[in-house]
Design a protein around this ligand. Structure first.
Ligand SMILES: *Cc1c(COP(=O)(O)O)cnc(C)c1O
Length: 383
């Protein structure tokens, strides 16, 4: 049965973004492609093989479940790193399948040792250090125990990496905090090396840090949003463009989201459209009903705000976004009819609909809207 909408992934554009990023960051910096939250809504199964075509051999996920999805489609030699949640059974599964994972709890380290011993294998760990985000990561005090434990169980662990995550590298407002975090991280790295625990790779940067703080790139960067063609914030884009002669955006959006018109009708002057009083027709209107609503990931915050493209023309979303439907004003579009394509995200005829408008001060909405695109919407790879 057909869904009410489809998400298209542009292979060529995705490869272009990854090539650009690798060229920009330099060959000595490895890119780990972050594919958590169903690859920011793009689809893990669709994204992984394309990224591999662009030379990516390392992926980051949040959970063991996402790792499993990646494992079903990746090349045997490609590495997967779990940054967040794993149950005890999943720790065993991960070790057995040679996956890498973050450790940020002594108990997790102990579990990993227990499972590695049982399997007669080595746990490939990334030690996450608390540098100031105050989320996950070992504090200096805990690290004393970590060192002791790893040394006592040398043959059960391979210390693949030392990592941390920044508390908002996409905003200048956090500059001092980020600088402190970088300093702290470097201190911990030295401290560990002095205790004969030498992580193979150092990695700290997300997209924003990789752009705004070049010294955070180190051996590997964990790139999420940029590879999908979005800048973390406008500030990050300005920081990039600032040092360039060419002021064009080098990235291309790779996701389009399309539906079609389910119904069309006329509304008389003075009538309200959809629930409540959110939208008043101040003249006679033609409206198009589209079978996509907030249950499909089209945010309610786009009520009276969103735009879609119909027949190569921009059409405003009017009234509140319903659970399963939204309504677009198509009064200005001649010949519009039931079944016409509706572009919710994407471009046509030189018009582009991005999720949060690029002019927005804060593009954090992009992350949220992308990540909320339901798994159940079919993904199709094009180009
Ligand atoms: C999500 C995430 C990233 C990637 O962030 P982007 O801003 O999308 O590049 C990197 N590191 C960690 C730990 C993350 O959770």
């Amino acid at each position: 049965m057909a869904g009410t909408s489809v998400i298209e992934i542009d292979r060529t554009a995705f490869i272009h973004n990854l090539n650009f990023l690798q060229h920009y960051l330099g060959d000595e910096v490895k890119i780990s492609s972050v594919i958590k939250s169903n690859a920011y809504g793009h689809g893990i199964e669709q994204v992984v093989p394309i990224a591999e075509m662009a030379g990516i051999r390392h992926f980051s996920v949040f959970s063991a479940e996402e790792a499993q999805t990646a494992c079903q489609v990746k090349k045997p030699e490609t590495d997967v790193m779990i940054m967040g949640w794993m149950s005890d059974e999943e720790i065993e599964w991960a070790i057995d399948n040679d996956l890498e994972f973050f450790v940020f709890e002594i108990i997790k380290l102990e579990k990993a040792a227990e499972k590695a011993k049982k399997l007669n294998k080595v746990a490939k760990i990334h030690i996450e250090v608390e540098t100031g985000l105050n989320r996950t990561g070992f504090t200096q005090r805990q690290l004393v125990k970590v060192v002791k434990f790893i040394k006592e169980n040398r043959d059960l662990f391979y210390v693949k990496g030392l990592c941390t995550h920044y508390a908002g590298a996409e905003s200048i407002a956090n500059h001092v905090r980020i600088q402190k975090q970088i300093r702290k991280y470097n201190q911990v790295y030295k401290w560990l090396c002095n205790r004969e625990i030498v992580p193979e790779i150092r990695h700290t940067a997300c997209s924003a840090a990789a752009i705004a703080y070049p010294r955070t790139r180190m051996d590997m960067v964990r790139i999420g949003i940029l590879q999908y063609g979005f800048w973390p914030t406008r500030e990050t884009f300005i920081q990039y463009i600032h040092k360039r002669m060419d002021k064009a955006d080098p990235l291309t959006r790779i996701l389009s989201w399309k539906s079609q018109i389910m119904s069309i009708k006329k509304v008389k002057t003075g009538e309200f459209v959809s629930y409540g009083t959110a939208y008043l027709a101040q003249e006679e209107k033609v409206i198009a009903i589209v079978p996509v609503g907030y249950s499909h990931g089209y945010s309610r915050s786009l009520s009276n705000q969103g735009r879609v493209i119909i027949d190569g023309q921009r059409a405003p979303v009017i009234g509140v976004v319903n659970m399963n439907m939204l309504i677009a004003d198509v009064t200005h579009i001649p010949g519009v009819k039931r079944g016409d394509e509706v572009i919710l995200i994407g471009e046509d005829n030189g018009i582009e609909i991005t999720l949060a408008s690029f002019a927005d001060f804060n593009n954090q909405l992009n992350y949220e809207l992308l990540a909320r695109l339901p798994m159940s919407i079919p993904r199709e790879v094009i180009n």
